[in-house]
Design a protein. Structure first.
Length: 121
């Protein structure tokens, strides 16, 4: 009886260990893929298929900055492509791109000036 109990406990522990190992491998590979992807997609040229969050991550600015530049609510996550946003606002995509590029440049300028003035970024 004791051997049966310890064997059952051993199988349970081995199963739990394998499950934890599989989860660690899964999340580790996911982190690696995510890191490698964004390391090679910095400062991508803005295109119609991109959404605001993608542009924000690529250019390392807060999505709220870009949403505000487009006149959109900053408290919701908008995953519409920029081309669709331009169409809904009755603007050309080039105008949207110009607005976003200006907002990105302004945000990066603020980020570089803040430490020089002794302020936190």
């Amino acid at each position: 009886m004791r051997a049966n109990l310890s064997r059952r406990r051993l199988l349970l522990l081995a199963g739990a260990f394998l499950l934890a190992l599989a989860a660690a491998i899964f999340f580790g590979v996911r982190l690696l893929i995510h890191t490698l992807y964004w390391a090679s997609h910095r400062d991508e040229p803005i295109e119609e298929w991109m959404w605001v969050g993608y542009v924000a991550r690529s250019h390392q600015v807060a999505p709220a900055v870009l949403l505000a530049a487009l006149g959109l609510p900053t408290d919701i996550r908008d995953r519409r492509p920029l081309g669709e946003i331009a169409h809904e606002q009755n603007k050309q995509f080039g105008d949207i791109r110009t607005l976003l590029e200006a907002a990105i440049a302004e945000e990066k300028r603020k980020a570089t000036e803040a430490p020089a003035l002794g302020q936190e970024p």
